[in-house]
Design a protein around this ligand. Structure first.
Ligand code: DGL
Length: 265
Protein backbone atom coordinates (compact mmCIF):
# COMPACT_ATOMS: atom_id res chain seq x y z
CA UNK A 1 0.00 0.00 0.00
CA UNK A 2 1.50 3.29 -1.16
CA UNK A 3 -0.10 6.37 0.33
CA UNK A 4 0.69 9.70 -1.33
CA UNK A 5 0.42 12.68 0.97
CA UNK A 6 0.91 16.29 0.02
CA UNK A 7 0.97 19.52 1.94
CA UNK A 8 2.08 23.09 1.36
CA UNK A 9 5.16 22.29 3.44
CA UNK A 10 6.12 20.29 6.48
CA UNK A 11 3.02 20.86 8.62
CA UNK A 12 1.34 17.91 6.88
CA UNK A 13 3.77 15.68 8.72
CA UNK A 14 1.21 15.80 11.55
CA UNK A 15 -1.12 13.93 9.21
CA UNK A 16 1.68 11.62 7.98
CA UNK A 17 2.58 10.80 11.58
CA UNK A 18 -1.04 9.92 12.36
CA UNK A 19 -1.31 7.70 9.26
CA UNK A 20 1.96 6.00 10.18
CA UNK A 21 0.55 5.24 13.62
CA UNK A 22 -2.67 3.76 12.18
CA UNK A 23 -1.06 1.77 9.33
CA UNK A 24 2.61 1.18 10.23
CA UNK A 25 3.13 -1.18 7.27
CA UNK A 26 2.08 1.35 4.61
CA UNK A 27 4.68 3.09 2.46
CA UNK A 28 4.27 6.84 2.74
CA UNK A 29 5.22 9.05 -0.19
CA UNK A 30 5.23 12.60 1.15
CA UNK A 31 5.51 15.77 -0.89
CA UNK A 32 5.89 19.15 0.84
CA UNK A 33 5.73 22.23 -1.37
CA UNK A 34 8.31 24.16 0.63
CA UNK A 35 9.26 26.33 -2.37
CA UNK A 36 5.76 27.84 -2.46
CA UNK A 37 4.61 27.65 1.16
CA UNK A 38 2.48 29.20 2.68
CA UNK A 39 -0.75 28.34 0.89
CA UNK A 40 -2.86 29.92 3.63
CA UNK A 41 -2.97 33.53 2.36
CA UNK A 42 -3.12 32.73 -1.41
CA UNK A 43 -6.07 32.75 -3.84
CA UNK A 44 -8.29 29.83 -4.79
CA UNK A 45 -6.98 29.83 -8.38
CA UNK A 46 -3.37 29.68 -7.26
CA UNK A 47 -4.04 26.91 -4.74
CA UNK A 48 -5.92 24.87 -7.34
CA UNK A 49 -3.00 25.13 -9.75
CA UNK A 50 -0.51 24.15 -7.03
CA UNK A 51 -2.69 21.27 -5.83
CA UNK A 52 -2.92 19.82 -9.36
CA UNK A 53 0.86 19.91 -9.74
CA UNK A 54 1.34 18.33 -6.30
CA UNK A 55 -1.12 15.55 -7.21
CA UNK A 56 0.49 15.02 -10.64
CA UNK A 57 3.87 14.58 -9.00
CA UNK A 58 2.60 12.02 -6.48
CA UNK A 59 0.68 10.12 -9.17
CA UNK A 60 3.97 9.75 -11.04
CA UNK A 61 5.14 7.81 -7.95
CA UNK A 62 2.44 5.13 -8.40
CA UNK A 63 0.41 5.72 -5.29
CA UNK A 64 -2.82 3.85 -4.39
CA UNK A 65 -4.47 6.56 -2.31
CA UNK A 66 -3.95 10.33 -2.30
CA UNK A 67 -4.25 12.29 0.93
CA UNK A 68 -4.42 16.08 0.86
CA UNK A 69 -2.95 16.85 4.26
CA UNK A 70 -3.24 20.61 3.81
CA UNK A 71 -6.48 22.21 5.00
CA UNK A 72 -6.16 25.16 2.63
CA UNK A 73 -5.60 22.85 -0.38
CA UNK A 74 -8.47 20.58 0.68
CA UNK A 75 -10.80 23.54 1.12
CA UNK A 76 -10.07 24.96 -2.33
CA UNK A 77 -9.13 21.96 -4.47
CA UNK A 78 -10.53 18.63 -3.17
CA UNK A 79 -13.58 18.63 -5.46
CA UNK A 80 -11.48 19.62 -8.46
CA UNK A 81 -8.92 16.85 -7.86
CA UNK A 82 -11.67 14.29 -7.31
CA UNK A 83 -13.07 15.16 -10.74
CA UNK A 84 -9.71 14.99 -12.48
CA UNK A 85 -8.15 11.85 -11.03
CA UNK A 86 -9.27 8.30 -10.85
CA UNK A 87 -8.07 7.14 -7.44
CA UNK A 88 -9.40 7.56 -3.90
CA UNK A 89 -8.64 11.07 -2.66
CA UNK A 90 -9.02 11.94 1.00
CA UNK A 91 -8.98 15.49 2.29
CA UNK A 92 -8.78 16.72 5.86
CA UNK A 93 -12.01 18.73 5.99
CA UNK A 94 -14.67 16.04 6.07
CA UNK A 95 -12.97 13.93 8.75
CA UNK A 96 -12.58 17.09 10.86
CA UNK A 97 -16.24 18.01 10.37
CA UNK A 98 -17.43 14.54 11.36
CA UNK A 99 -15.24 14.52 14.44
CA UNK A 100 -16.52 17.93 15.50
CA UNK A 101 -20.13 16.83 15.15
CA UNK A 102 -19.48 13.71 17.20
CA UNK A 103 -17.63 15.64 19.90
CA UNK A 104 -19.99 18.60 20.23
CA UNK A 105 -22.84 18.39 22.71
CA UNK A 106 -24.27 21.87 22.43
CA UNK A 107 -23.42 22.46 18.75
CA UNK A 108 -21.50 25.66 19.41
CA UNK A 109 -18.47 24.94 17.31
CA UNK A 110 -15.34 26.99 16.74
CA UNK A 111 -13.12 26.57 13.68
CA UNK A 112 -9.62 27.97 13.42
CA UNK A 113 -7.48 27.82 10.29
CA UNK A 114 -5.61 29.85 7.69
CA UNK A 115 -7.17 32.85 5.96
CA UNK A 116 -7.91 30.69 2.89
CA UNK A 117 -9.50 27.83 4.81
CA UNK A 118 -11.79 30.16 6.75
CA UNK A 119 -12.65 32.22 3.66
CA UNK A 120 -13.49 29.12 1.62
CA UNK A 121 -16.31 28.24 4.07
CA UNK A 122 -15.54 24.54 3.52
CA UNK A 123 -15.73 23.64 7.22
CA UNK A 124 -18.66 25.95 7.90
CA UNK A 125 -20.65 24.40 5.03
CA UNK A 126 -19.67 20.88 6.06
CA UNK A 127 -20.95 21.41 9.59
CA UNK A 128 -24.14 23.20 8.52
CA UNK A 129 -24.98 20.43 6.05
CA UNK A 130 -25.19 17.87 8.86
CA UNK A 131 -26.38 20.20 11.59
CA UNK A 132 -28.15 23.26 10.17
CA UNK A 133 -28.80 24.70 13.61
CA UNK A 134 -25.19 24.61 14.77
CA UNK A 135 -23.67 27.89 15.87
CA UNK A 136 -20.34 28.24 14.09
CA UNK A 137 -17.62 30.72 14.95
CA UNK A 138 -14.76 30.72 12.47
CA UNK A 139 -11.52 32.59 13.02
CA UNK A 140 -8.35 32.72 10.97
CA UNK A 141 -5.12 32.68 12.97
CA UNK A 142 -2.42 33.54 10.40
CA UNK A 143 0.39 34.01 12.91
CA UNK A 144 0.13 30.47 14.26
CA UNK A 145 1.90 28.88 11.28
CA UNK A 146 5.14 30.90 11.54
CA UNK A 147 5.16 30.51 15.34
CA UNK A 148 5.03 26.73 15.01
CA UNK A 149 7.68 26.71 12.27
CA UNK A 150 9.91 28.71 14.58
CA UNK A 151 9.43 26.07 17.28
CA UNK A 152 7.66 28.50 19.63
CA UNK A 153 5.23 25.90 20.90
CA UNK A 154 5.26 27.01 24.54
CA UNK A 155 6.67 30.52 24.18
CA UNK A 156 5.09 33.48 26.00
CA UNK A 157 4.58 35.32 22.71
CA UNK A 158 2.57 32.39 21.35
CA UNK A 159 0.35 32.45 24.40
CA UNK A 160 -0.29 36.17 24.00
CA UNK A 161 -1.22 35.83 20.33
CA UNK A 162 -3.37 32.78 21.03
CA UNK A 163 -5.26 34.68 23.73
CA UNK A 164 -5.98 37.44 21.24
CA UNK A 165 -7.22 35.06 18.51
CA UNK A 166 -9.22 32.79 20.79
CA UNK A 167 -10.99 35.54 22.71
CA UNK A 168 -13.96 35.66 20.33
CA UNK A 169 -14.35 31.86 20.57
CA UNK A 170 -14.15 31.92 24.32
CA UNK A 171 -16.74 34.65 24.58
CA UNK A 172 -19.08 32.69 22.31
CA UNK A 173 -18.76 29.78 24.75
CA UNK A 174 -17.87 27.21 22.15
CA UNK A 175 -17.99 23.62 23.41
CA UNK A 176 -15.85 22.20 20.57
CA UNK A 177 -12.97 23.60 18.56
CA UNK A 178 -11.72 22.22 15.22
CA UNK A 179 -8.00 22.64 14.57
CA UNK A 180 -8.43 23.19 10.83
CA UNK A 181 -4.75 23.63 9.97
CA UNK A 182 -1.84 21.21 9.79
CA UNK A 183 0.25 23.18 12.27
CA UNK A 184 -2.28 23.73 15.03
CA UNK A 185 -2.16 20.30 16.72
CA UNK A 186 1.30 21.35 17.92
CA UNK A 187 -0.29 24.27 19.76
CA UNK A 188 -2.97 22.14 21.36
CA UNK A 189 -1.59 22.44 24.93
CA UNK A 190 -1.63 26.25 24.91
CA UNK A 191 -5.01 26.41 23.13
CA UNK A 192 -6.56 23.96 25.59
CA UNK A 193 -5.15 25.91 28.49
CA UNK A 194 -6.66 29.17 27.25
CA UNK A 195 -10.08 27.72 26.41
CA UNK A 196 -10.30 25.50 29.48
CA UNK A 197 -10.58 21.75 29.92
CA UNK A 198 -14.29 21.63 29.09
CA UNK A 199 -13.80 22.61 25.44
CA UNK A 200 -13.22 19.57 23.23
CA UNK A 201 -10.46 20.05 20.72
CA UNK A 202 -10.76 18.10 17.49
CA UNK A 203 -7.70 17.35 15.44
CA UNK A 204 -8.36 16.53 11.79
CA UNK A 205 -4.99 14.72 11.45
CA UNK A 206 -6.15 11.80 13.62
CA UNK A 207 -9.58 11.61 12.02
CA UNK A 208 -8.08 11.70 8.53
CA UNK A 209 -5.78 8.78 9.37
CA UNK A 210 -8.83 6.77 10.44
CA UNK A 211 -10.52 7.60 7.14
CA UNK A 212 -7.44 6.34 5.27
CA UNK A 213 -7.66 3.03 7.16
CA UNK A 214 -11.32 2.72 6.28
CA UNK A 215 -10.77 3.42 2.56
CA UNK A 216 -7.74 1.08 2.38
CA UNK A 217 -9.72 -1.71 4.06
CA UNK A 218 -12.69 -1.27 1.73
CA UNK A 219 -10.35 -1.52 -1.25
CA UNK A 220 -8.65 -4.61 0.15
CA UNK A 221 -5.35 -2.74 0.25
CA UNK A 222 -4.41 -3.19 3.89
CA UNK A 223 -0.90 -4.72 3.87
CA UNK A 224 -0.40 -8.02 5.69
CA UNK A 225 3.36 -7.89 5.97
CA UNK A 226 5.63 -7.30 8.93
CA UNK A 227 8.28 -5.70 6.77
CA UNK A 228 9.42 -2.25 7.82
CA UNK A 229 8.32 0.07 4.97
CA UNK A 230 10.68 2.51 3.26
CA UNK A 231 9.08 5.94 3.17
CA UNK A 232 9.80 8.51 0.47
CA UNK A 233 10.12 12.17 1.26
CA UNK A 234 10.14 14.92 -1.38
CA UNK A 235 10.31 18.69 -1.05
CA UNK A 236 10.28 21.46 -3.64
CA UNK A 237 13.00 23.26 -1.63
CA UNK A 238 15.12 21.07 0.61
CA UNK A 239 16.78 24.00 2.36
CA UNK A 240 13.50 25.23 3.80
CA UNK A 241 14.02 25.85 7.48
CA UNK A 242 11.66 24.30 9.98
CA UNK A 243 12.34 23.95 13.67
CA UNK A 244 13.88 20.60 14.57
CA UNK A 245 11.95 20.85 17.85
CA UNK A 246 8.82 20.24 15.81
CA UNK A 247 10.24 17.41 13.71
CA UNK A 248 11.42 15.67 16.87
CA UNK A 249 8.04 16.21 18.49
CA UNK A 250 6.49 14.32 15.58
CA UNK A 251 9.04 11.53 15.75
CA UNK A 252 10.17 12.38 12.23
CA UNK A 253 13.65 13.69 12.86
CA UNK A 254 15.67 11.74 10.29
CA UNK A 255 14.05 12.47 6.99
CA UNK A 256 16.27 12.49 3.94
CA UNK A 257 14.48 14.77 1.52
CA UNK A 258 14.86 14.60 -2.25
CA UNK A 259 14.30 17.88 -4.12
CA UNK A 260 11.67 18.08 -6.86
CA UNK A 261 11.07 20.81 -9.45
CA UNK A 262 7.30 20.98 -8.93
CA UNK A 263 6.75 23.49 -11.77
CA UNK A 264 7.54 20.64 -14.19
CA UNK A 265 4.39 18.72 -13.20
N1 DGL B 1 -0.79 23.46 5.45
C1 DGL B 1 -1.54 24.67 5.64
C2 DGL B 1 -2.95 24.34 6.10
O1 DGL B 1 -3.20 23.32 6.69
C3 DGL B 1 -0.87 25.61 6.62
C4 DGL B 1 0.41 26.23 6.11
C5 DGL B 1 0.22 27.11 4.92
O2 DGL B 1 -0.41 28.18 5.01
O3 DGL B 1 0.68 26.71 3.85
O4 DGL B 1 -3.86 25.08 5.84
Amino acid sequence: LRIGIFDSGLGGLTVAASIKKEIPQAQLVYFGDTARVPYGPKSKGTIQRYAKQDANFLLSKHIDILVIACNTATSFALELLKKEYNLPIIGVVEPGVKAALTASKEAIIGIIGTIGTIKSNAYQEGISRFKPRATIIAKSCPLFVPLVEEGFLYHAVTRLIAEEYLDVLKRARIDTLVLACTHYPLLKPVIQDILGEDVRIVDSAIETAREVVSVASQMGLMPDTNQEPVHEFYLSDIDYSFSSVVLDELGLGDLNPVEVDIEEF
